[in-house]
Design a protein around this ligand. Structure first.
Ligand code: HEM
Ligand code: HEM
Length: 177
């Protein structure tokens, strides 16, 4: 199969849309105690999960560009490890959120679908542990995504490797290359 130079329009759209939603969801999450926007948090988180599943299916069924050939072996390894960890967290984070709400044992509306309680409520102690896992993963994806963004920007502007530009719309990339 032919290896394309840059990411496809679908891959780029999914990448930036999901990134924007995850950062927004993180800020909705850390301000929940003042805003009380739990309902919004649940809906946005469910949209993220649906988009992430589409992204993973798209990733598996389509050809993606190889890592830039000028990157050192260690840089390629780190980028691979970072990307895989981001995929894993993108999937497990909303799943842990859903686990947290379903283990409360109350009816729930998600993306217009009504769910009756699926189980008896778990104890406060067990739900608290799930909440902590959700919180650790949320902080994990936030800081890992920041590091990932810094790496992309550093490669583009310091090492002059066209990493960021191949993830941007074609009409933008000519301004930074
Ligand atoms: C990428 C997606 C998500 C991110 C980045 C995210 C992030 C966060 C953050 C930062 C918190 C605050 C933790 C704390 O400081 O206490 C939180 C809490 C919470 N999240 Fe999420 N979350 C996501 C998806 C979801 C989903 C899909 C659900 C459920 C449908 C969910 C349910 C909850 C619940 C129940 C809490 C605890 C609220 C409370 O009682 O204070 N989250 N989330
Ligand atoms: C929560 C936010 C983000 C997540 C979850 C995320 C996740 C990912 C993942 C999994 C990939 C690998 C794509 C693949 O080959 O399948 C990727 C690539 C990329 N991301 Fe992000 N990203 C986020 C935010 C950002 C930000 C803020 C920037 C830049 C400022 C950025 C720049 C890039 C670039 C340039 C690539 C392509 C790297 C390459 O060609 O080797 N990402 N991202």
């Amino acid at each position: 199969m032919e290896i394309q130079q840059g990411y496809s329009r679908v891959a780029k759209s999914l990448h930036w849309l999901i990134a924007l939603l995850i950062f927004s969801e993180y800020f909705i999450g850390i301000t929940l105690s003042t805003t009380g926007w739990k309902w919004l948090h649940f809906q946005v988180g469910s949209v993220i999960l649906v988009l992430v599943l589409c992204r993973i299916i798209w990733r598996i069924t389509h050809t993606y560009p190889a890592m830039d050939a000028s990157l050192s072996h260690i840089n390629k390894l780190m980028a691979h490890a970072g990307h895989h960890s981001l995929y894993l967290l993108m999937f497990l984070l909303p799943i842990s959120g859903l686990t947290l709400v379903f283990t409360k044992g109350v009816p729930l509306d998600l993306l217009g679908i009504h769910f009756e309680p699926l189980m008896e409520p778990l104890s406060y102690h067990k739900r608290h542990t799930i909440k902590e896992v959700h919180e650790y993963m949320a902080n994990g994806i936030f800081y890992l995504a920041l590091l990932h963004a810094l790496a992309a920007i550093g490669h583009q502007f310091i090492h002059k490797t066209p990493i960021l530009s191949r993830m941007l719309p074609k009409s933008w990339s000519k301004f930074i290359e």
